[in-house]
Design a protein around this ligand. Structure first.
Ligand code: ZN
Length: 198
């Protein structure tokens, strides 16, 4: 809600002001994104002000991508470590855009997780493609934590595969598992009711 002042300008009511502050905070947060090569942070406003070029000049429907002051084109090359162990690939990547922790820990509102480790099955060694990722997902804020987490994931791979519930899980697989468990529980209840009615 807003009202007009005598000179016709919009006067901000507390609610609108709050919303505007929220947007400004978001746009000026110093670590909205980070270059994957020189690791310079940019706020959203700074990111928008960077030089840009067409992703593919012949296909302008793909839009433009920003270029970091170091010359790196965003989304082109990302910092990453990949390790193979048996039929699995442990992949730790830099996300470029700061993200939430990605897990069911909803008390953590931080949006500056820039690294993520996932595990993919790799059954076909003749292609570059991975199979579906396992539910495992862990995010970090710093490169040191990411390197440590990657090594840790590699070392504990067998344990992670055997006891996935003991390790951080991405929010989407966690929800899928919860739905599956709920359906199973419903089936068990239904069949026990049927038993009793016999
Ligand atoms: Zn850079």
């Amino acid at each position: 809600m807003s009202s007009k002042t005598s000179n016709g300008a919009e006067e901000l009511t507390p609610k609108t002001k709050e919303k505007e502050d929220f947007v400004n905070d978001y746009r000026n947060r110093p670590n909205y994104c980070q270059c994957s090569i020189c690791f310079q942070y940019y706020s959203f406003n700074e990111f928008l002000a960077l030089k840009s070029e067409w992703v593919d000049p012949k296909k302008q429907q793909y839009g433009k991508t920003a270029i970091c002051n170091c010359g790196n084109r965003f989304h082109k090359r990302k910092w990453a470590i990949m390790s193979r162990k048996d039929n699995y690939v442990i992949s730790t990547v830099h996300l470029e855009i700061g993200a939430g922790n990605g897990t069911l820990d909803l008390s953590d509102h931080d949006q500056d997780y820039f690294y993520e480790t996932m595990i993919f099955e790799k059954t076909d060694l003749t292609t570059k493609d991975f199979d579906e990722p396992l539910g495992f997902q862990i995010r970090y804020k710093t490169i040191e934590d990411a390197k440590r987490g990657h090594k840790d994931t590699y070392d504990r791979l067998e344990n992670i595969i055997l006891n996935p519930e003991k390790y951080p899980m991405g929010i989407i697989p966690a929800f899928c598992n919860a739905i599956k468990a709920g359906m199973e529980q419903k089936k068990t209840i239904q069949s026990s009711v049927k038993e009793r009615l016999k």
